[in-house]
Design a protein around this ligand. Structure first.
Ligand SMILES: [Zn+2]
Length: 111
């Protein structure tokens, strides 16, 4: 489709928005498969979402708020899909050099 592959995202449940050793192995495999298929990968961005469901005993006001950490962001959604539940989503993003697999955490911003 002539799109450049820039990376992917995946989620962790009740864990952390950090790269695991398995994530790093998987990314290396994935980039290797693209390269073997003739698809040039010049950058790789891995976005990890930690999704934690929340339950409220009192009906919360419908809200969507985000807090910034040093590089990550956590957004909380309350009472939108269900009056007594919500989600806390923490997003971590990592830049990979697809040749060396050196990586650094990137800062996440939302508009
Ligand atoms: Zn992971």
């Amino acid at each position: 489709m002539n799109f450049s592959i820039v990376g992917e995202y995946h989620s962790h449940i009740r864990n952390v928005a950090e790269l695991s050793d398995d994530d790093k192995k998987y990314i290396k495999q994935e980039v290797g498969e693209f390269t073997r298929s003739g698809i040039k990968v010049t950058n790789w961005i891995e976005m990890i979402l930690n999704v934690e469901p929340r339950t409220y005993s009192r009906k919360p006001t419908k809200t969507f708020e985000c807090s910034y950490f040093r590089k990550k962001i956590r957004c909380t959604v309350r009472g939108v899909r269900d009056a007594f539940s919500g989600y806390s989503v923490t997003i971590g993003t990592y830049w990979f050099n697809p040749r060396t697999f050196e990586h650094n955490e990137a800062s996440v911003y939302v508009p």
